[in-house]
Design a protein. Sequence first.
Length: 448
Amino acid sequence: MSLPIVAIVGRPNVGKSTLLNALVGRRVSVVDPTEGVTRDRVGVRMAAEGRQFELVDTGGIGIVDRQDLGEDVENQIGTALDDAVCLIFVTDARAGVTPLDRRVAKRLHRMGKPVVFVTNKVESDRIRQSLDEFRRLGFGEPLDISAQNRENIGEVMERALAHVPPPTAGQAPEEAHIKIAIVGRQNAGKSTLVNTLARADRVIVSEKAGTTRDAVDVWIQRGGRHWVLIDTAGFTRHAQDGKDPIQWYSEHRALRAIRYADVTILLLDVVRKVAGLEKRLADAIIQAGKPCLLVANKWDLVPDTPTGKFDEYFRGVLPGLRRAPLAFISATERLNVQRMLDVCTDLHEQGSFELGTGELNRFVESTLDYRGPRIKSGRRARVYYSTQVGTHPPTFALFVNDPDLFDGTFRRFLENRFRDTFPVREVPVRFDFRRRERKSLSDLKGGK
């Protein structure tokens, strides 16, 4: 079920994205002085005063896009305007009323929808005293705010909520079944894949590199469950040098999406070799402890190539993800894309795995019996007690006499044996070795 939409609209560079971030209470949209940073509809689901709605940031009306994507941005804006139950019209108090503001106002008047009229960047009494000209736009007295300083933000929300219909009787808040971050290099097909799964043109698709800038949450429904697909900006070789702040912030959002998601899809372009970009993303996924599905996209472009050849290649160049499942798809041809969700569900369930304390301790004891760490300087490694301390990823604490006695070889052996023993073969597993004096606890392995 779709939620009522409150859309933030206005000409470029009036502070729409800053306002969205202020209303949500965290950075969602990329903010930069450059005009036209926001292109897609960036939506955040919210609940306030018993009402549920989606707050949507839009691109600037009348944008002149440097990559000739203005028409695509306008289409996204038009969809948001058509779907919204309320519009937050943002203007810039410092710049005064511009011809483009008047054009936006005329468009909103024609739509006849409720409008919360906002004048942003009011950070002084001098600016506040010069707001009379904004009344000529026909929406009455504007609400003066400073999105950057979070001044009068609560009033904006209160006025918008007055136009959001209350939930129907018995309607429960929608919760995401699984959050899936889709990451990869530029032009790997991330946005096309999101639109294919959403069965709608939810995000802009273009052959021009760097089209997506924000991390865009797209909700879909399958089998009575809600999923969140997070479309992210493509990685580039030069984002880390700081010369393009928009790209730097975009990639920062992509990395945050990995940490936020339940499962990550690393999208690989089968017509291009894996490079440092994919390896950097793989490292981020591993560090975050997230289950990963490797997806080889554009499979329709190499019809005569056996999957085994690519499987061997990807495992070789991304050894840290050698246990991740691999899917071969074509987002443009809709080949195998729906089955990916089943794999993501399975990965999420593996990450939810829980093991009883008794069975865990028996497993650790049997592993030590089979192959324990080498004795160092006459000291034997001992495990006193083990317990599970978390899921996503499954995490276990082992209380030992000295963590340094458990070398990397044994730790890898323990993790691999655990995956081979329990149904977690394709997800990360973590063992945390903690120092603890033996005291009255009995050893699981070894004598005094």
